[in-house]
Design a protein. Structure first.
Length: 313
């Protein structure tokens, strides 16, 4: 009888402090699940510390450890895609190396797929302890907005940490878009998903790579990638101001005919010009975002470039 295999994808960017601790924890979980074969796929996303050296050592002492090292930093989305593209398991999990995604949940996730018939078991944080309040507020607002304006099912507090069947992974790989937003992709492809809630866990070592600006840009990626509502808003603004302009023309003509046309009201006119110009630039910015994403997609650049693997080392 064939032994089922679980592949663990671990994106890594400057994780030299966390990697040994993560490896220790994930091997403990693998030992508990003795009836299942494991494959550990680490993706070195252009790290500038000793992350690659550690991965080389781990791959030499443990044949289950594999790695793909990028030629430069391509980002976590590219790292996850590279993992999906290279793993061989019947089931595939994604988790961070900083242990904010508890490996101890893996047996429960596997059981839910095997015994309860789910295609995917995903995790979500029920608290945001340890996060700055402003960041938590904007994160919650993003989830509310994206779920109202798109068809992608994105749960508040959702992590990238999930276990999936090979069928679902193949569906994700079929979406070979350059501008990737995996939380949206996971929801868009569908499949039956169970959500596991857990308390927020802080990083075991190292520093977070996600500052407020990066998270803001990432949220724009999700909105532009999975909704055309912003374009609709731009169109509505255009129609609204055309209507207002038409009403104002009628008012001005009526006022001129009835009361003459004294020179007055230049401050209000200046404010209106600035306001309307601001709205126009805002709408152009929305259109520019969609145009830039389309431009990048048409160039057909590779999502990632491999420099080294455990086989070439």
């Amino acid at each position: 009888m064939k032994t089922e295999k679980i592949s663990i994808i671990v994106p890594c960017y400057n994780e030299e402090e966390a990697l040994p601790l993560f490896y220790e924890e994930i091997t403990k979980v693998a030992k508990q699940m003795e009836k299942v074969e494991f494959e550990f796929m680490f993706i070195n996303d252009g790290s500038k510390d000793k992350t690659l050296d550690i991965l080389r050592e781990l791959s030499k002492k443990d044949k289950r450890v594999r790695y793909v090292s990028f030629s430069r930093n391509f980002g976590k989305e590219a790292a996850m895609y590279a993992g999906f593209d290279n793993v061989t398991g019947d089931y595939v999990a994604v988790m961070d190396a900083d242990l904010q995604d508890p490996p101890a949940l893996l047996p429960e996730m596997f059981q839910a797929i095997k015994e309860e018939g789910y295609d995917s078991v995903a995790t979500r944080r029920v608290t945001r302890a340890g996060e700055p309040p402003i960041r938590s507020f904007f994160a919650r607002m993003f989830y509310k907005i994206i779920n109202k304006i798109s068809k992608a099912d994105i749960v508040d507090g959702a992590r990238d940490y999930r276990l999936m069947t090979r069928q679902m992974v193949d569906a994700i790989l079929s979406m070979g878009e350059y501008n990737r937003f995996s939380k949206g992709i996971f929801g868009w492809v569908g499949f039956n998903t169970k959500w596991l809630a857990y308390e927020n866990v802080e990083r075991v070592a190292g520093e977070t790579k996600w500052n407020f600006w990066k998270l803001f840009l990432y949220s724009l990626e999700g909105i532009v990638g999975f909704s055309t509502v912003p374009l609709t808003i731009a169109s509505v603004f255009g129609l609204l101001f055309c209507f207002i302009a038409f009403i104002m023309i009628i008012v001005i003509i009526f006022k001129t005919l009835m009361f003459g046309d004294p020179v007055s009201g230049w401050p209000s006119t200046t404010c209106i010009i600035f306001f309307v110009s601001g709205v126009q630039l805002f709408c152009l910015g929305i259109i520019g975002q969609y145009l830039s994403k389309t431009y990048l997609e048409t160039k057909k650049r590779p999502i990632y470039i491999t420099k080294e693997t455990e086989k070439t080392n």
